[in-house]
Design a protein around this ligand. Structure first.
Ligand code: ATP
Length: 905
């Protein structure tokens, strides 16, 4: 074990850290005892012990005490606190004690539930921890960025977030956006040359700093500082964006809570005046009534229940591979009217296989599927040994050398590391008998121009065995053909027959193939490759790649259509490929498609027309995505948009729900997104929409369920004052008992409510739909009156039968709770009937909660301690028949109301 670094050590490291940019690469590597091929795994482990993980200390989160205290910061609780002060003033100490106890218990419940919700969110955030590609034991590996140590060699490409402070070793067209560090939003070029010692951070072009983003090109750098030793770590020990657990709906409910408190206070004043002046109650009596009223009307448990409902829903989504990064997206998902999806990997499986190869005059079919390099070549149905086809071999070699993907075999399973398009070319080469390592040994790569979606081709430069150099290019045919002057024939080259190739490409694309053109050119020396040198190429041929649709995506597209959501496919592929694949998946009609170029040529009105009238968009770049979205949004559509490349970030930010790919997506895109798909699968978006709709439903159901309890209690208090009784049928303590007990047991069950059948047959919810709709107000009022009436009737019946006031109150409270219990089963469905086996037994949690509640009520009714605390009395068995009947009546009335409302609609 190596001892922890001494303070002196640390200091010297710090001072060195400031001047890495002034040292040349070899000095940097020497100082770090590192090698440009990276560290060994053992050394890395030793250094990890010494330096600690590459993470920043999280921002101070509020401690438990502060979180507990924050539970009291709520207008509704203030009203309760004032109520307890009133009772104390009147010398009603038991009431004071109970109200305070309830406030504290409520805070505790809130605290625990919020803690759970936070934990759920924390584990979801953990699913998004960044990764880095590192050289260990000379091999590229993908590791959690937290495991990086000084001396590690890291490989970065456009879209990657820099995981630690790096000194650049090599770079190719690399640019980084360093706004996080320097505030400069324009990307800066990165290259290995030494800079002045006193250069400012923004001018240290040979350094890539932690948490900045590579926006272009590739680079390789050695880690010089990790964790809090990095520049960003020095500036702030933070980065954990502690997101508050809220959504627009929850904030609206909060605001509603404030209005409600005000209304309650006003109502209390009115009731006080009426009771005092009209019905000759004493001021003291009326004070107690007003306290009861305030306590009755306040839905103390609501905020905590809403938070936990949201958190549980979000956790459920994460289990189904949709990781929500911004909570408001959960609600927006329910309103989505259009999903714009990438094709490759999202709608298709991204398991690419070259199925066709066209050289000048020959058209090969290739056997086999997937990455297993088994399968032969055939010409017109006749098998042909590849070694007898020199042009085929040349094309395969060019494709192999101009790719970065690697083929791996583990326990008979073949997989690729790198882009699947390139993987398919590497597999093709293996089928033709070519192995990457041997080919690279023979023709080492000198330079390259990496593939970028905007450029649509890749090129690499190689030393030839005879000492010359050759450039290989592969990419979208129309780009590559533009650079070609000739085509390779058996007996030398001849001028390019562009028309014939375009026809062949169209044939391949029309049958759903992704097409790549592969070309080569002998270069006159030089060890570097520039875009300007790529003209006069010789075309070697075309390859047609198949990428089968994801079956589950086809299903999901159907579901979306039924849910009133339109699916649009935006792809970088050829228009014919896009149309053909779109058609096979149920997107577009196979006839119409719009290209990126069409969008560029169109004016604003025309764009709207194109975008509304078409579902397939081909040869589209990230910039086109932005245009498509703006057009859709201008027509009031709510758009979910997927993306993976760094340049997709602006479109994702702009989308109503930005969706990033978890596997294929760059860090920058993930950060811009509202939601990340852990499996890159379109079907997951559809499931997320379903889950989003369910969460929203459950939040509504919670409101619909909890508020009538308060309504009924308030009505009981008001009725007793204004109408008939000499005594209030329910005391403040009893009210608090009911509120707490129903909120913790019954209401929580709704958080686990599964999606309603037919949830994906509804149209999207209008985004501006008010939460407190007329229906909601009606239902709350209706149920409040129902439950209050049944409780008052039974209370009255007891009094008339000469029972004690205490016993009558016990009956009233139990009737109230029974009403709630039965109403819970009504609330499971918003407007469908609950009168079915599924309605009654479908949610195990609801049954459990109901069982628990019965136990609570028995304790409340029969335990001697309850008699003293709550002023209850034991009831004869007969009373329970009435109570259960009253509950059942509430249930049936609400069911009847559902039927009537449905008819009226
Ligand atoms: P989608 O938008 O459907 O997800 P995509 O983003 O993968 O597709 P691009 O990667 O932009 O689409 O590819 C566009 C075109 O560029 C392809 O049709 C293909 O011809 C070419 N191409 C794709 N990958 C490579 C690569 N690695 N090297 C060379 N050319 C490529």
């Amino acid at each position: 074990m190596v001892s922890a670094p001494s303070t002196d050590n640390e200091r010297s490291r710090n001072s060195q850290a400031r001047s890495w940019h002034a040292l040349d690469v070899s000095e940097v590597l020497k100082t770090l005892h590192a090698d440009k091929d990276g560290l060994t795994r053992d050394e890395a482990r030793r250094r990890l012990d010494e330096y600690g993980p590459n993470t920043l200390t999280e921002e101070d989160k509020p401690g438990p005490l502060r979180r507990f205290l924050s539970q009291f910061n709520n207008t509704l609780i203030y009203v309760l606190l004032v109520a307890s002060a009133f009772t104390a003033f009147l010398g009603e100490w038991v009431d004071t004690g109970v109200i305070l106890a309830v406030v504290v218990i409520n805070a505790l419940i809130g605290f625990i539930q919020e803690g759970k919700a936070e934990q759920a969110m924390e584990s979801i955030r953990g699913m998004l921890s960044p990764k880095a590609t590192v050289l260990r034991d000379g091999e590229e590996r993908e590791l959690p960025a937290s495991e990086l140590v000084p001396g590690d060699v890291v490989l970065l490409r456009s879209g990657d977030r820099v995981p630690a402070d790096l000194r650049v070793i090599t770079a190719r067209n690399a640019q980084a956006e360093e706004a996080a560090l320097t505030g400069e939003s324009e990307p800066v070029g990165k290259e290995p040359h030494t800079v002045e010692e006193d250069a400012s951070l923004g001018d240290r072009t040979n350094m890539a700093y932690s948490s900045t983003v590579i926006t272009n090109g590739r680079l390789r750098g050695v880690v010089v500082a990790t964790g809090s030793e990095t520049e960003i770590g020095r500036i702030s020990e933070m980065v954990s964006r502690v997101e508050s657990l809220s959504t627009p709906l929850l904030s609206k409910v909060d605001a509603f809570g404030r209005v409600l408190s005000l209304a309650i206070v006003l109502l209390a004043a009115v009731v006080f005046a009426l009771g005092y002046f009209l019905r000759d109650f004493t001021a003291t009596e009326m004070f107690m009534v007003v306290v009861s009223l305030a306590v009755a009307a306040i839905p103390e448990g609501l905020p905590a229940i809403m938070t936990i409902t949201l958190a549980l829903g979000v956790q459920r989504m994460a289990r189904r591979n949709a990781i929500v990064r911004r909570l408001p997206a959960v609600e927006t998902l329910g309103s989505v009217t259009v999903i714009c999806s990438d094709k490759t990997g999202t709608l298709t499986r991204n398991e690419m296989t070259v199925a066709k190869v066209a050289t000048a005059g020959k058209f090969f079919s290739v056997g086999g599927v997937g990455y297993k390099p088994e399968g032969g070549f055939s010409l017109d149905g006749r098998d042909v040994p590849p070694e007898e086809q020199p042009r085929l071999i040349k094309l395969a070699r060019a494709g192999l050398l101009c790719s970065d993907a690697r083929l791996r075999e583990e326990n008979g399973e073949w997989s690729i590391e790198g882009a699947p398009t390139e993987g398919s070319v590497v597999v093709l080469a293996r089928k033709a008998g070519l192995v990457r390592r041997n080919e690279l040994d023979e023709r080492p790569r000198l330079d390259e121009i990496p593939f970028e979606s905007e450029r649509r081709y890749m090129a690499s430069l190689h030393r030839e065995p005879d000492g010359g150099a050759v450039a290989y290019v592969k990419g979208a045919p129309e780009r590559v053909l533009d650079m070609c002057a000739s085509q390779r024939m058996e007996e030398g080259d001849e001028p390019l027959d562009r028309e014939a190739w375009a026809k062949r490409e169209a044939e391949l694309a029309d049958s759903g193939h992704r097409v790549l053109a592969i070309a080569a050119k002998h270069m006159d020396g030089g060890e570097s490759l520039g875009e300007g040198q790529l003209d006069g190429l010789t075309l070697l041929g075309l390859v047609g790649i198949i990428d089968p649709p994801r079956q589950e995506a086809v299903e999901a597209i159907k579901e979306c259509r039924q849910a009133g959501i339109r699916v649009k496919m935006i792809t970088g592929d050829h228009v014919l490929t896009a149309r053909s694949i779109g058609k096979s998946m149920g997107i577009g009609d196979g006839e119409h498609a719009v290209t990126g170029k069409d969008l560029e040529l169109a004016d604003e009105r025309e764009i709207v027309r194109l975008v509304e009238g078409n579902d397939v968009f081909a040869r589209a770049s990230p910039e086109h995505k932005l245009r498509i979205m703006e057009a859709l949004q201008s027509r009031g559509q709510v758009v979910a948009m997927t993306g993976d490349g760094v340049n997709d970030a602006p479109a994702l930010k702009r989308a109503d729900v930005g969706v990033a790919m978890g596997i294929k997506g760059s860090e920058a895109t993930k950060e811009a997104a509202d939601m990340v798909l852990a499996d890159d699968n379109f079907a997951t978006i559809e499931r997320a929409v379903e889950e989003g709709r369910t969460i929203y439903d459950n939040l509504l159901k919670t409101i619909l369920f909890i508020l009538p309890t308060n309504g009924a209690e308030a009505l009981m208090v008001i009725a007793s004052v204004l109408l008939v009784f000499e005594v209030v049928p329910i005391t403040p303590i009893q009210i608090l008992w009911v509120n707490m007990i129903t909120a913790v047991t019954l209401a929580l069950a709704l958080a686990f409510e599964p999606a309603e059948a037919g949830i994906m047959r509804r149209s999207p919810r209008p985004p501006d739909e008010p939460i407190i709709s007329r229906f909601l107000v009606w239902r709350i009022a209706f149920v409040s009156v129902l439950i209050a009436t049944s409780a008052i009737l039974l209370f009255n019946r007891c009094l008339e039968a000469d029972a004690s006031i205490e016993a009558a109150r016990t009956v009233a409270v139990n009737t109230l709770v029974a009403g709630q219990l039965f109403y819970l089963f009504n609330s499971r469905f918003l407007d469908r009937t609950s009168l079915s086996l599924k309605g009654l037994l479908g949610n195990g949690k609801a049954l459990l909660a109901a069982g628990l509640l019965v136990v609570f009520q028995l304790v409340f009714t029969y335990l001697p301690l309850s008699h003293t605390l709550f002023g209850t009395r034991s009831l004869p068995a007969m009373e329970w028949t009435w109570i259960v009947a009253a509950g059942l009546a509430v249930f049936l009335f609400v069911e009847a109301e559902k039927v009537l409302i449905k008819r009226r609609r």
